[in-house]
Design a protein around this ligand. Structure first.
Ligand code: BGC
Length: 760
């Protein structure tokens, strides 16, 4: 692995050096000018059309419905088609049978890996390891580009502070700073600083903007947000992706300031193009234009014109552009310049991807055979998955387990391959994914025995279970009674030395259109867990989830909890690596776990209010709190245990004051005070004590993942500059305001050392 990682790093370094030498190809503009002179209005509008792919049958691509449209020049690209044979077949129609032979662009939801699948993004973010995250996107790009795909609908950088929202699983958690770092790493991994190099794919940042703030966590719901929160919290990750050179961006389904993003000129033109200087193209989300009819913005012609005028360039699926723009132009509702501008941006993307030079550039048999699901990629997926796990509890060092004796593996998620890759893994092969059972058996060989029982269904309600296991993720519902399933589980538990309970959410219980109002483990599984704990045997809960869950009973009663999210194709092996201590867990939460759903939204970077609660109290009359639950979360942002322990010294500051152009260095000595080697994510937070607008009680400003041998100590330093303290003020200007600041360093957002300095 080390060699692989080093080679990858060298590759990334060379690519980074290459970027400075890279300029826009001077031949691009004349080429596109000449092409556009030949294009009819219909052909220009055709480039803006991204229809659903339908069912493309290789031998009949030319005669299919989509084939007919391609021949007419009415299709700019297609998406979510897998296999170079199919992609080649439709591309052939475009470049041989359409009048101008313009190649198509092929997109896909390559979200957390391609065939080699990495942890879901929320899990990946918990690694806090930008190199691993970038590497996962690089590998995804290598595999996708070997299989016909040159454009991915990723990264998803929607900040979310609402675990009810199923798509929290697809983003990077609650924090804008961390979210921005990950956005940049993902774009760099996909695009590799050069879209034309053959193994890059174009990134599409989504869902712009504030999709993660849907009211009540219900997917697609209204967003009602003030501009300061947008600027300070929700927009930074999209901007970071744009700054990293993302080639495209996807408008979100939700409204912003009363106008759906898809028709929102402020978002798509004023902020994105004018303020941020975005040069790529904007695509809608799936039928995003048509959905503006239901939002109450007019009929199809009106909403299509609204979208184009706002700054949309490509229409996904709905064909509003294709069917109405010509009429709108004739009626003066849109301009030819706007159509031309959009068309040019799509053609530029194709040019940059090298499709005009070779339309089959991403359809090479050799690469499809050799570059996908390689041993090196599989190894990377395994390492990355283990880094994403978060150890939430480990009483009496139950973990790691010994590789001996008899282990009872119990739970509906213990013997399923289909639920390992996680939501939105379009290109994965379920059959190749490693279940927990297989992972444990691989690790144990003949040294120990694994006994398995399902123990319960996913949920008592079969309709719920059906809705939560779509897209081939079925769990083979067991028609025995709950008692029969439990009896079987207890029988094997009683023969075992230790119990691993593989429970939680199925992979489709989070993701798109999978919001939940109750964010606990389903009751039937909780009953099973309680019965297992009652046996008195040590129980390790291997928890699958795509969102923060409410785990009060579990925290109180289960000896060990390892949160494994959905780890990707190698999940089972990675779980075994951590459970048996071959890997020491080092993941830290990037999203707060509440005590109950009534606390939502709950996040570390909240404001103080005028009536803050004294931290040590549960309740004080006339303070901001609840009668029935403390203000504190169950597990805070940044939290995660290890098989070793780390201690922090007090903070040493290089100066007590910071000038506008200077810096302050904050240093702690970190010690691995336990008995095992391990890594710690050291986190730096600041607090601006007085501002022209109210400021959060803590803001993440830096982090370093530090590996220390048992007993080893190291100084860890962070440099703080005035720029790091900037925020958007009431005029939406980024400013660092002079005054007193606190600085915190620690192993979570609550467990920190503290010091103070002044910005002059
Ligand atoms: C999702 C997007 C996705 C698109 C295309 C939509 O339903 O919101 O995230 O990229 O479908 O598959």
């Amino acid at each position: 692995m080390k060699i692989m990682q080093r080679l990858m790093m060298l590759f990334l370094l060379l690519a980074a050096i290459n970027v400075s030498a890279q300029t826009t190809d001077p031949k691009m503009k004349p080429f596109i000018d000449a092409l556009m002179k030949k294009m009819t209005l219909d052909e220009k509008i055709g480039q803006l059309n991204l229809p659903g792919s339908g069912d493309i049958v290789t031998g009949q691509a030319s005669n299919s419905d989509i084939g007919k449209k391609i021949k007419e020049g009415a299709v700019g690209g297609l998406f979510n088609i897998k296999s170079i044979a199919k992609i080649r077949a439709v591309q052939k129609v475009a470049v041989e049978e359409s009048r101008l032979k313009i190649p198509m662009i092929f997109g896909m939801d390559v979200i957390h890996g391609y065939q080699t699948t990495f942890p879901i993004p929320l899990g990946l973010s918990c690694s806090w390891d930008m190199k691993l995250i970038e590497q996962s996107a690089r590998i995804a790009a290598i595999e996708a580009s070997a299989d016909g795909i040159c454009w991915t609908f990723s990264p998803i950088v929607d900040i979310s502070r609402d675990p009810r929202w199923g798509r929290i699983s697809e983003g990077n958690g609650e924090d804008p700073y961390l979210g921005s770092m990950i956005a940049k790493a993902m774009v760099n991994g996909y695009q590799n600083h050069d879209l034309n190099n053959g193994t890059s794919i174009m990134a599409c940042v989504k869902h712009y903007a504030a999709y993660g703030a849907a009211e009540a966590g219900r997917d697609y719901n209204t967003v009602d947000m003030n501009r300061l929160s947008m600027y300070n919290v929700y927009l930074p990750p999209y901007k970071a992706a744009v700054d990293a050179g993302a080639g495209s961006i996807m408008a979100s389904f939700n409204e912003v300031d009363g106008v759906p993003s898809t028709g929102n000129k402020w978002l798509l033109t004023d902020v994105l193009r004018k303020n941020w200087g975005f040069k790529g193209f904007v695509v809608t989300d799936y039928t995003g234009i048509n959905e503006m009819i239901d939002h109450g913005m007019g009929n199809l012609q009106q909403v299509s014109a609204l979208a184009l005028n706002a700054g949309v360039d490509m229409d996904m699926v709905g064909e509003g552009f294709l069917t109405t723009l010509k009429k709108s132009l004739a009626e003066g509702k849109v301009t030819l310049k706007d159509i031309d501008d959009a068309c040019r941006l799509i053609l530029e993307a194709k040019y940059k991807l090298g499709l005009f030079t070779d339309p089959y550039k991403y359809c090479k048999e050799e690469r499809a055979k050799n570059d996908i699901y390689t041993p090196a990629h599989i190894k990377a997926a395994r390492t990355t998955a283990a880094e994403s796990f978060v150890l939430l509890k480990n009483s009496n060092n139950v973990l790691p387990l010994k590789k001996s004796g008899t282990i009872a593996l119990i739970g509906p998620l213990g013997d399923t391959k289909e639920n390992m890759p996680g939501t939105w893994s379009v290109a994965t092969d379920f059959n190749l994914a490693v279940s927990v059972k297989t992972g444990l058996q691989n690790a144990l060989g003949n040294n120990a025995k694994v006994l398995y029982a399902k123990g319960s269904n996913l949920d008592a309600d079969s309709t719920f279970e059906k809705n939560a296991t779509m897209f081939g993720r079925g769990l083979g519902r067991d028609n025995r009674t709950a008692q029969q399933l439990l009896d079987e589980a207890l029988a094997i538990a009683n023969q075992s030395d230790v119990i691993i309970a593989a429970l939680g959410e199925s992979s489709e219980m989070s993701g798109e259109s999978s919001s939940r109002s109750n964010i606990e483990i389903p009751q039937t599984q909780k009953d099973l867990l309680a019965a297992l704990v009652k046996t008195g045997k040590p129980v390790v809960l291997v928890l699958f989830t795509g969102r923060p869950l409410v785990l009060n009973w579990e925290k109180e009663n289960v000896p060990a909890i390892l949160n494994v999210w959905f780890g990707g194709s190698e999940a089972g092996n990675a779980i075994a690596d951590v459970v048996f201590g071959d890997v020491n867990p080092s993941g830290k939460l990037t999203t707060t776990f509440p005590r109950n759903v009534g606390q939502v939204p709950i996040y570390y970077s909240h404001k103080n209010t005028g009536r803050p609660l004294n931290d040590s109290l549960w309740f004080q009359k006339f303070r901001s709190n609840y009668l029935d639950v403390p203000n504190t979360p169950l597990y805070p942002f940044g939290f995660g245990l290890s098989y070793t322990t780390f201690t922090y010294s007090e903070i040493k500051l290089s100066n007590a004051t910071l000038t506008k152009t200077g810096s302050v260095t904050a240093t702690v000595t970190l010690k691995n005070s336990g008995e095992k080697d391990g890594a710690e994510v050291v986190q730096l937070y600041t607090r601006d004590l007085v501002g022209s607008i109210t400021r959060p009680v803590k803001e993440l400003k830096g982090f370093q993942k530090i590996f220390l041998k048992a007993g080893e100590s190291r100084e860890v330093s962070f440099t703080i500059r005035a720029d790091d303290l900037k925020f958007y003020n009431a005029d939406y200007k980024a400013v660092a305001e002079p005054g007193d600041f606190k600085v915190f360093i620690g192993g979570s957002s609550v467990d920190v050392k503290e010091a103070s300095f002044k910005l002059l």
